[in-house]
Design a protein. Sequence first.
Length: 71
Amino acid sequence: MGRPAIKLALQVVGAALFVSGAMWALQGLGILMWPAGSFMLAQREWALYGGVTALIGVVMILLGQRIGRGS
C-alpha cells in the first residue's frame, strides 16, 4: 500500500468518524433529535463519545494531509 492509498484511507475513514461523532454528540446533547427512536437522544454520555470520535476523525484527516506533503 503506497502513500496515496494510505492518505486516501486516512482521510476517508477520518471523515466518516468525524461525521458520525458529530452526529452522536448532537444527539447526546439533544440538539439533533433524529432518528426519533434512537437510544442516544439526550443522553450526555453520547455527547462525550461523539466528541471523542469526532476528534479522532480530525486527527486522522490531518495525518492524511501530512502524509500527502511528504512529511
